[in-house]
Design a protein around this ligand. Structure first.
Ligand code: K7E
Ligand code: CUA
Length: 627
C-alpha cells in the first residue's frame, strides 16, 4: 500500500531508527505469519478450550446502545452488556427495574467507555459509557456486568460525545457537549443565529465513592464550538481536563465546508478542581437545577488552546505531562507540554481572548508537531515512552516516541516516528490497555476499524466491522489476529482479568428486594381491586405458582425470585403474546407489570435451558373476558 507525503518519509526512516537502539528489544518479526508454530501469531492468540483470556476488552457498540465484552488475546466475544437499548438475551428493558433505567428511549449511541480509577489506576469497580444521541451517561457495575444507572438527559446541553472521561480517583466523569443548543433547553431560536443564541457546555458528573451514584455537580458554559474528544490529566496536569473542538468557526450548516476553514480550532483546557471550588464559593448561577459557571466571570476555570486543524482525539500520556492532539485534517499530532501550559497561564502568556476566555499562545506550549501521516484520530500510550496514533485516511497505526527528544530528533521530527503498520481498513479508535492510567499494560493494541471491505465472509451489502489485535511488545508492531466486531465500534477499554472478581450468585442473605421470597410456601396471588399481585418462585424446574387467573382489564404485577444459589443457574419467564421476557440470575428478584388487554389462555414458560426438565417449566395465565 503506497503512502503519500511525510508518511513515506517516516517509513523510510524506520530501519535507521531501529539500528540506533532507541527501542527495547522485543519479539522477532520472523515469528509472525499464518502458521500455528510456537511463537507464531496463531500460537500467541490461541486460548485453548477450558483456558481463560488474560484481559477483558470492553468495546463500545455505538448506536446498538450496547457494550461488548471480548477476551484478549483470543478476541472471543464473551458477553453483551445492554446499556441504552433493550436486549431480549438478558431480559433487559422488560422488567420494571430496567424499564425505569431506559426511560423514554429505546436506544443510545455509545462511544467512549471509561473504567473507574483509584490513584490513577483501574480499580475494577465500574465502567462508565456515554450516549452521544440522548445526552446521557451510564454506569455498569463490574461485579455483575449490569447497567446500574443511567443519568440524563444531562440538563443545559446536547449531544454528549465528549465523554466518558474519568478523573484519577473517579471524583468525576467529565462530559462535554458535541452539539450546541439554545438555553434554557426547550427555548426555540433560529439556527442562523447560532453564534449568538447557542451554547456548548462542559459538565462535571459527580460520582459517589461509596456506590458510584452519579449526579450533575456543575457545568461550565462555553461558546458553541462542538466539543469532540477529551481526556483527563494526572501528575503535573492533575485536576485538569482537555477537549478538542471541530467548529470554533461556529458554523451552523454545511459544516464539512464551513467548520473546516480555520487552520486551527480551539481545545478547551479546564481546571475541574477550580470549577468545583467556584461552585462552593457561590460563583455559579443555577440553571435547570444545576450550578452553571460563566467562565468570563470566574477566571481560572477555562482556557482555550489553538490546535491544528479540525482536530479529533486529545490524549494525555501516562506521566500527565504530554498532551497529544490529533489533527484529523492535517497530517500531524501536536504534542503540548503541560508544564509549559501551566507556566503560560501563570505569566498570562495569552494571544487574546474569546468571550472572556484567555487563548494560550500555541508556540509557547507546543513541544512539536509529529508528522504521523494522514488522518490522525486518536493516540494511546504503552507506558514505555511510546505513543500510537490511528490514521484514518492511511488505514494505519503510527508508533512514535514521546519527548524528551534529542536535538537531532527535534530538528527533524520524522525521526521520532518508529514504526507503522497497516490495518484493514480505515481505523477509528485504537486502544492500549491502561493507556489512560499512569501504568499502562502495554502488550496489546486493538485497532477498531470502520470498514472491513471483504476481510470476512460476506453477509450482504453491509459488511461486518473489523477489529485487529496487534502485539506492541517489540520494536515493530506485529499483527496477530482479526475479529469481526458488532457495529459500531468506537473506543474500548482493556482490563486485566484478575482485576475483577464478578459475583457468581446474588446471595440470599444479602437480598434487599422488598418482594423477594425464598420459600415456595411464601408464594402468593393477591387481588386488590383491579390489580393482581403475584409473588413467584422460580426453581428447577417449576414456577410456583404456575397458574394465574385474572380478568380482562386487570393490572398484573409479578415479582419473581430465582431461588437458585448455584452458579449459572438462570431462569427466564416469557408469557406468550404478552411481550413479557424477563430473565433472573441466581438469587435475583425482578418485577414485571402488564395490563391485561385480551381474554384467553396464555402459556408461560422458562426461556433459559435450566435442566433436563426445562421444557416442563411452564404454566398458564388464564384471562376471563370482561362480561
Ligand atoms: Cu473517534 Cu465518537 Cu471517539 Cu468514534 S469518535 S472513531
Ligand atoms: Cu428454568 Cu428453564
Amino acid at each position: 500500500m503506497s503512502r503519500p507525503g511525510p508518511a513515506a518519509l517516516a517509513a523510510a526512516l524506520v530501519p535507521a531508527l531501529l539500528l540506533s537502539g532507541c527501542n527495547p528489544p522485543g519479539a522477532s518479526s520472523s515469528s509472525s505469519g499464518k502458521s500455528g508454530a510456537p511463537g507464531s501469531a496463531a500460537a500467541r492468540t490461541w486460548v485453548a478450550p477450558g483456558e481463560k483470556d488474560e484481559y477483558y476488552l470492553f468495546y463500545s457498540g455505538g448506536h446498538s446502545g450496547q457494550v461488548f465484552v471480548a477476551g484478549l488475546p483470543s478476541m472471543r466475544h464473551i458477553s453483551t452488556i445492554p446499556v441504552f437499548s433493550p436486549y431480549p438475551g438478558t431480559g433487559y428493558g422488560f422488567d420494571e427495574e430496567t424499564k425505569a433505567l431506559l426511560g423514554d428511549y429505546a436506544w443510545g449511541d455509545v462511544h467512549h467507555p471509561a473504567l473507574s480509577q483509584a490513584d490513577g489506576l483501574y480499580d475494577g469497580r465500574w465502567l462508565f459509557v456515554n450516549d452521544n444521541a440522548n445526552n446521557r451517561v451510564a454506569r455498569i457495575d463490574l461485579r455483575d456486568f449490569k447497567t446500574r444507572q443511567i443519568l440524563g438527559p444531562i440538563p443545559n446541553s446536547s449531544g454528549n460525545h465528549g465523554s466518558s472521561f474519568v478523573t484519577e480517583n473517579t471524583e468525576y466523569v467529565l462530559v462535554a457537549s458535541r452539539f450546541s443548543v439554545p438555553l434554557p433547553k426547550g427555548r426555540h431560536a433560529d439556527p442562523a443565529d447560532y453564534e449568538k443564541e447557542f451554547n456548548g457546555m462542559v459538565s462535571g458528573i459527580k460520582v459517589d465513592p461509596s456506590d458510584g451514584t452519579m449526579s450533575v455537580g456543575w457545568q461550565i458554559l462555553t461558546p458553541p464550538f462542538n466539543w469532540d474528544l477529551g481526556s483527563t490529566g494526572k501528575g503535573p496536569s492533575s485536576g485538569w481536563a482537555f477537549w478538542t473542538s471541530y467548529n470554533s468557526e461556529m458554523a451552523h450548516e454545511t459544516l464539512e465546508a464551513t467548520s473546516t476553514q480555520g487552520d486551527r480550532d480551539y481545545a478547551a483546557v479546564v481546571n475541574w478542581r477550580a470549577a468545583g471550588q467556584a461552585v462552593r464559593d457561590g460563583l455559579a448561577t443555577t440553571l435547570d437545577g444545576v450550578p452553571v459557571i460563566a467562565p468570563a466571570k470566574v477566571p481560572g476555570v477555562l482556557y482555550f488552546l489553538p490546535v491544528p486543524k479540525s482536530p479529533h482525539g486529545i490524549d494525555t500520556d501516562p506521566s500527565g505531562r504530554w498532551i497529544a492532539a490529533s489533527g484529523k485534517l492535517q497530517p500531524v499530532v501536536s504534542v503540548f507540554d503541560f508544564e509549559k501550559i501551566k507556566a503560560a497561564i501563570d505569566r498570562k502568556d495569552f494571544t487574546g481572548e474569546v468571550r472572556g476566555v484567555p487563548v494560550i499562545r500555541y508556540e509557547s506550549v507546543l513541544e512539536g508537531e509529529i508528522p504521523v501521516g494522514l488522518g490522525p484520530l486518536h493516540t494511546q500510550y504503552d507506558g514505555k515512552g511510546n505513543a500510537y496514533t490511528s490514521l484514518y485516511i492511511e488505514s494505519a497505526v503510527a508508533k512514535w516516541k514521546l519527548p524528551p527528544w534529542t536535538a537531532e530528533e527535534k530538528a527533524d521530527l520524522n525521526k521520532v516516528i518508529l514504526d507503522k503498520i497497516d490495518v484493514h481498513y480505515n481505523i477509528g479508535h485504537l486502544v492500549v490497555g491502561g493507556s489512560d492510567t499512569k501504568e499502562p499494560y502495554g502488550k496489546y493494541l486493538v485497532a477498531m476499524n470502520k470498514l472491513s471491505k471483504g476481510r470476512h465472509l460476506s453477509v450482504g451489502p453491509a459488511q461486518p466491522e473489523s477489529s485487529q489485535l496487534i502485539d506492541i511488545t517489540g520494536e515493530k508492531m506485529e499483527m496477530l489476529y482479526e475479529a469481526f466486531t458488532e457495529p459500531e465500534p468506537h473506543f474500548a477499554q482493556i482490563l486485566k482479568a484478575d482485576a475483577i472478581k464478578p459475583i457468581e450468585v446474588y446471595p440470599k442473605a444479602g437480598s434487599a428486594h422488598p418482594h423477594a421470597i425464598w420459600d415456595a410456601k411464601d408464594a402468593s396471588i393477591t387481588r386488590r381491586g383491579n390489580t393482581v399481585e403475584v409473588k413467584m418462585v422460580a426453581i428447577r424446574s417449576r414456577f410456583i405458582p404456575d397458574r394465574i387467573d385474572v380478568n380482562e382489564g386487570d393490572e398484573l404485577v409479578i415479582h419473581v425470585t430465582n431461588v437458585e444459589q448455584t452458579t449459572d443457574m438462570i431462569h427466564g419467564l416469557a408469557i406468550a403474546e404478552q411481550n413479557v421476557n424477563v430473565i433472573f440470575d441466581p438469587g435475583e428478584t425482578k418485577t414485571l407489570r402488564l395490563k391485561i388487554k385480551k381474554p384467553g389462555v396464555f402459556p408461560f414458560y422458562c426461556t433459559n435451558f435450566c435442566s433436563a426438565l426445562h421444557q416442563e417449566m411452564q404454566g398458564y395465565l388464564a384471562v376471563k373476558p370482561k362480561s
